[in-house]
Write a protein that binds this ligand. Structure first.
Ligand code: NAG
Ligand code: NAG
Ligand code: NAG
Length: 291
């Protein structure tokens, strides 16, 4: 037992800066029995590695999703609604595959990554105009020809993160505000969304991470919720971006000029709240990491 703990401690200490103090085997709060992952598109599919390794300490360390991992379909670990008890001692709500919205009765157990809205939208545009929740009838006749700026302004595209926090699909045309939208384009900017409700949800989440601060987010997750981080958790997946040995670990941000000045107001407010919560949690759970 002592030997095992020592090995775990060494790995964790190597992967996270010492300021996270994950060396102590009792770090974090392991009273939580289950989590739910809110997967907002383009905020990092590889975060599933963290969530499932948290629940399943028996998984091989390299098992996971994304580059460098030994492929495993986490969805196959379910035995009914419970995860395989040989490998797992906790549970994760089944939200894979896809992008299930937040569930209002599970907000306190929900974990999520957030990404700067302009970057998230540009990434979604590059990913074949990702529009989870849309049916063909929701798309304007010129959908195929839209550039990034037109895609961001298309009704029902902006405000994805806000909507998912409120329990709706990422892409969704709000019928009521659509009439207003025709005149003012307000709904396309998320103007009709109850942003204050969404930021209140952000404050209740069990964990808030920032895609731009990936490594810090992984370490903070474990400082807060326990469990030892595995190496594969530090990989951020970037679909359709340069891969290989010479690819930069953190790719250059997308050129936001391509949005022609578009601002996703609702998601900006949500992101600002997420960043505030993230910093506050860093100060509280990893005070030595705050410069
Ligand atoms: C640990 O997490 C539970 C929720 O799972 C919470 O009720 C409790 O207050 C937490 N304990 C500490 C010391 O943060
Ligand atoms: C649980 O995992 C173990 C080890 O991989 C495997 O042998 C077993 O068949 C699994 N159980 C179920 C019900 O899938
Ligand atoms: C995007 O398309 C619109 C409409 O065709 C055009 O007015 C705008 O200049 C284009 N923006 C960029 C950045 O190419």
């Amino acid at each position: 037992m002592m030997r095992l703990l020592a090995v775990v401690a060494l790995t964790a200490a190597e992967l996270c800066p010492p300021c996270f103090r994950l060396q102590n085997a009792l770090h974090g709060n392991r009273t939580r029995q289950s989590l739910r992952w809110l997967h907002v598109p383009k905020t990092g599919s590889t975060f599933q590695n963290t969530v499932f390794h948290w629940a399943c300490p028996g998984l091989p360390h390299r098992a996971g999703y994304g580059p460098g991992a030994t492929p495993i379909r986490f969805a196959k670990l379910y035995d009914g609604s419970q995860l395989n008890r040989t490998l797992c001692d906790r549970d994760v709500d089944q939200t894979l595959p896809g992008h299930k919205p937040a569930s209002m009765d599970r907000v306190d157990d929900t974990v999520a990554m957030f990404r700067r809205p302009a970057q998230r939208i540009l990434s979604a545009f590059r990913d074949r105009k990702h529009a989870d929740g849309f049916q063909d009838r929701d798309k304007a006749p010129n959908w195929r020809d839209l550039n990034a700026s037109g895609y961001a302004r298309h009704p029902g595209i902006a405000g994805c993160t806000t909507r998912m926090l409120l329990g709706a699909k990422c892409a969704h045309v709000h019928q009521k505000s659509e009439e207003t939208a025709r005149a003012t384009n307000e709904a396309a900017r998320g103007g009709g969304l109850p942003v204050a409700k969404a930021t209140a949800v952000v404050r209740r989440l069990a964990f808030v991470g920032l895609q731009e601060r990936w490594a810090d987010s992984i370490c903070l997750f474990h400082a807060m919720l326990g469990g030892a981080p595995r190496k594969i958790e530090f990989v951020v997946a970037h679909s359709r971006r340069r891969r290989g040995r010479d690819a930069p670990l953190v790719p250059a941000p997308y050129d936001e000029g391509r949005l022609d000045g578009f601002v996703d107001a609702a998601d900006e407010a949500v992101y600002a709240e997420a960043a505030r919560v993230f910093e506050a949690n860093l100060r509280r759970f990893a005070p030595d990491c705050v410069s």
